[in-house]
Design a protein around this ligand. Structure first.
Ligand SMILES: [Ca+2]
Ligand SMILES: [Ca+2]
Length: 101
């Protein structure tokens, strides 16, 4: 049995490859694949963002080597940034709960 963290890492790798393998380069997300991944896997986080250029902007931000594809290294940066944002929210909730007692 993998630990909780090992399971999370394994999921991250599998989610990426589920989408990156659909078109073109199997190991990279093109814009269509990125859009599908964001909508299917991060719909709760991104649902509030109605900006139609959101995918373009995320793509531009993530694509640090400018090949118009998002590889795994670039993808984990997005996940890490979102996780940091979630953790801030989580800690904020914990602080509020602690104050309430
Ligand atoms: Ca691909
Ligand atoms: Ca890239």
């Amino acid at each position: 049995m993998p630990s909780q963290l090992e399971g999370a890492m394994d999921s991250l790798i599998h989610v990426f490859h589920n989408y990156s393998g659909k078109e073109g380069d199997k190991y990279k997300l093109n814009k269509g694949e990125l859009k599908e991944l964001l909508q299917s896997e991060l719909g709760n986080f991104l649902a509030s963002q109605k900006d139609p250029s959101l995918v373009d902007n995320i793509m531009k931000d993530l694509d640090s080597n400018k090949d118009n594809e998002v590889d795994f290294n670039e993808f984990v940066i997005l996940v890490a940034a979102l996780t940091v944002a979630c953790n801030e929210f989580f800690e904020e909730q914990l602080r509020k709960e602690a104050k309430g007692k």
